[in-house]
Ligand binder design. Structure first.
Ligand code: SAM
Length: 274
């Protein structure tokens, strides 16, 4: 009997040559490949002479398939998990399977490769090592704003579809004002790959004039506190009106949003003197 093992295998996000040599070897050798959509995966697998048996594993059958795949692994077989593109479990199915198998003591090996998240992060200008990744944003405007506000102290990366991008950017402008800065990458690793990085107003202008198609990743940069920062002004004003002292306001806004305490303190003092 072979050693049962789950391989979590990253596949390309556009450029088919991004499938690693190790990924090819593993996909050629496993007993079974669990994939999201067999029509999508077959196109890739055929190019590399990979002829393994396929079984569907997608967000609508994750729980049931997890049980079935556990039985396959219990019988001593090897299984690879792939998604339509990129790394499984990153805004893609797989977490339920990995969690269950991990807890049951099954060996799991990740075969790293493309992900829109890491591809994006490694090619845009960044000032900080820290970032938050929130997957896809909620569709409802107020929930979207709530989530982005919660992370406004840190560079926040999210996935978006091209046809919702403009609405989302407008929502960001409404919430954080014109000084908000974003980076947007479209069609990473593909022929029409494009990355833009600017303040939200310019990016909206750009996409109002240019075709917006394909797959998109976005980063909303951490809000910078400055005298002109409308959002911080607004928060300071609200807390001031509630009777909080300048010191309390600086501690509250630092704790909640990571804003610089001294800057907030000065802002709160000046707003109290007005
Ligand atoms: N698991 C994948 C990964 O590791 O990147 C992500 C899957 S998620 C369902 C699909 C989303 O990833 C797309 O809607 C888009 O936001 C982003 N994405 C995938 N491929 C991309 C590409 N080539 N360029 C830009 N964004 C991409």
């Amino acid at each position: 009997m072979k050693n049962p093992r789950l391989y979590v295998v990253a596949t390309p996000i556009g450029n088919k040559s991004d499938l690693s040599a190790r990924a090819i070897k593993i996909l050629q050798s496993v007993d079974l490949i669990a994939c999201e959509d067999s029509r999508v995966s077959k196109k890739l697998l055929v190019q590399y002479d990979i002829d393994a048996k396929l079984v569907s594993y997608h967000k609508f059958n994750e729980k049931q398939r997890t049980e079935e795949l556990k039985k396959v692994l219990d019988a001593g077989k090897t299984v690879a998990l792939i998604s339509d593109a990129g790394t499984p479990c990153i805004s893609d199915p797989g977490r339920i399977l990995v969690k269950e198998l991990f807890e049951s003591g099954v060996e799991i090996t990740s075969i790293p490769g493309a992900s829109a998240l890491t591809t994006f992060l490694s090619q845009i200008p960044r000032c900080s090592e820290e970032f938050a990744f929130v997957g896809f944003l909620p569709r409802i405007k107020s929930q979207q704003q709530e989530l982005l506000k919660k992370f406004s102290f840190i560079d926040t990366v999210f996935y978006e579809s091209a046809n919702r991008l403009l609405d989302t950017l407008q929502n960001i402008r409404e919430c954080f004002g014109d000084s908000a800065k974003v980076a947007v990458a479209r069609e990473l690793t593909k022929i029409y790959e494009e990355t833009v990085c600017d303040c939200i107003g310019n990016i909206i202008d750009y996409y109002e004039k240019n075709t917006l198609k394909g797959e998109v990743v976005v980063m909303l940069y951490a809000l910078k506190i400055s005298q002109e920062d409308d959002v911080v002004h607004e928060k300071v004003k609200l807390l001031s009106e509630q009777g909080y002292s300048a010191k309390d306001i600086s501690v509250i806004l630092h704790t909640l949003y990571g804003y610089n305490k001294n800057n907030v303190y000065k802002l709160a003092l000046s707003s109290k003197q007005q």
